[in-house]
Design a protein around this ligand. Structure first.
Ligand SMILES: *[C@@H]1O[C@H](CO)[C@@H](O)[C@H](O)[C@H]1NC(C)=O
Ligand SMILES: *[C@@H]1O[C@H](CO)[C@@H](O)[C@H](O)[C@H]1NC(C)=O
Ligand SMILES: *[C@@H]1O[C@H](CO)[C@@H](O)[C@H](O)[C@H]1NC(C)=O
Length: 367
């Protein structure tokens, strides 16, 4: 396998698909500034692969300039035990950068109507602190494009995540149990949430994301099957939602525990968004039956400010909170949304306390 790569200017250059050998050689050698180069003008067919850390070097780079593709048909995928295509485990100081592309060619999975849990995530990062992802483009993931789990200090910039608007469960970026994540100057057009902030997402900033098509930027869903979920300190600023089915959304299941608090959606531009502002505390997947609600993930201090543009539906704001916990300290400020058909916008609040500083007085109850 060693013959399949050579060193050039300190780069480990791959000629064939010797990714694992190249990775092991780089990861186990000491020193800093180690780079594994996936060169441009090449296309690499890649089966499921784990880049395993920790490495001996305090910082390692994977420079993706070429093209990585998955087998065209799901039947040709091998070793798909963990339902991840390319995963990165416990690598400290990892940077994945470059102008290259990674294409999961997910249509055979989408067409088979498989449950999401049986389809692979495109790029899975687990236990990676000081992680940077920059410049790359991801196409047609079988499930979500990127998942970030158990990571600290993450910076994701200038990436593009693309899949058809009707491709199932192709979230852009899924975050769980991770802190200090910055995402900025990105383009996400896909078939599900542009970003989903799941339980344990703490200190997350999303800035200048162009989202659409897709389901918007969502906190949740949280509290499924009575789970205790915590999400806090989230800022979504200067983002656009173009023809998305939702804009700024928080969704929790009945009977969950924990909280979602200190969440800001600010400076948002909507173009024909279907449900621009939503808090839904009665969220359930299809097929679940309604049970009496005895608890809920508590929602507080959520600010929607400077949100403007057009809505495809007349109902521009829906704040539907739990009768058990109620939502507290909700702010609706500088909202200027018109409906595509010219109808008067409809605003609906239930069990929600807070203040609105322009229109829509009376929807939120004052404390
Ligand atoms: C590592 O790379 C950076 C940026 O390219 C450079 O500034 C630094 O001197 C390099 N360090 C070593 C030890 O080569
Ligand atoms: C998010 O932005 C705020 C300021 O707007 C800043 O104080 C905070 O450190 C940022 N968090 C991250 C993870 O970048
Ligand atoms: C908002 O984003 C646009 C581009 O998407 C940029 O031109 C503008 O400077 C940004 N404003 C702020 C305050 O970040």
């Amino acid at each position: 396998m060693i013959g399949a790569m050579f060193l050039y200017n300190g780069f480990l250059v791959l000629k064939l698909c010797a990714f694992v050998e190249a990775w092991k050689a780089m990861c186990s050698s000491g020193g800093s500034n180690k780079t594994l180069l996936i060169p441009s003008d090449n296309t690499f067919l890649l089966q499921p692969l784990v880049f395993q850390g920790p490495c001996n070097s305090p910082s390692v780079q994977i420079q993706l300039d070429g093209k990585i593709v998955a087998p065209l048909n799901k039947a040709a995928w091998s070793g798909l035990k963990s339902y991840e295509w390319v995963s990165f485990h416990k690598i400290i100081g990892l940077t994945v950068l470059g102008s290259g592309t990674i294409n999961g060619r997910g249509s055979s999975f989408w067409e088979a109507n498989m449950p999401a849990s049986k389809r692979p995530t495109q790029l899975h990062f687990k236990g990676c602190n000081n992680l940077e992802i920059n410049g790359i483009t991801s196409f047609d993931s079988p499930r979500n494009h990127i998942s970030i789990r158990d990571c600290r200090q993450v910076k994701i910039t200038q990436i593009k995540l693309i899949a058809p608007g009707d491709s199932p469960n192709t979230d852009g970026i899924d975050i769980s149990t991770s802190t200090n994540v910055e995402i900025y100057d990105t383009i996400v057009g896909t078939g599900d949430d542009c970003v989903a902030l799941n339980s344990g997402s703490i200190n997350i900033n999303i800035t200048r994301m162009q989202c659409g098509p897709g389901h918007g930027i969502s906190v949740g869903s949280l509290g499924r099957d009575g789970e205790e979920s915590i999400v806090e300190n989230v800022q979504v600023t200067n983002c656009t939602f173009s023809e998305t089915t939702n804009g700024a959304r928080i969704k929790t299941w009945p009977n969950g525990k924990g909280y979602a608090r200190n969440i800001v959606f600010k400076d948002i531009t909507l173009t024909e968004t279907k449900n621009p502002i939503i808090i839904d505390q009665h969220y359930m997947d299809k097929g679940h039956i309604h049970v009496e609600e005895s608890s809920a993930v508590a929602i507080s201090n959520v600010i929607f400010t400077d949100i403007h543009g057009t809505s495809q539906k007349d109902e521009i704001i829906k704040i539907d909170c739990s009768g058990v916990t109620s939502c507290k300290d909700i702010v609706l400020d500088k909202i200027d949304i018109t409906t595509v058909d010219g109808n008067k916008p409809i605003i609906e609040c239930s069990n929600a306390y807070g203040k609105s500083t322009n229109a829509y007085d009376g929807c939120l109850k004052t404390q």
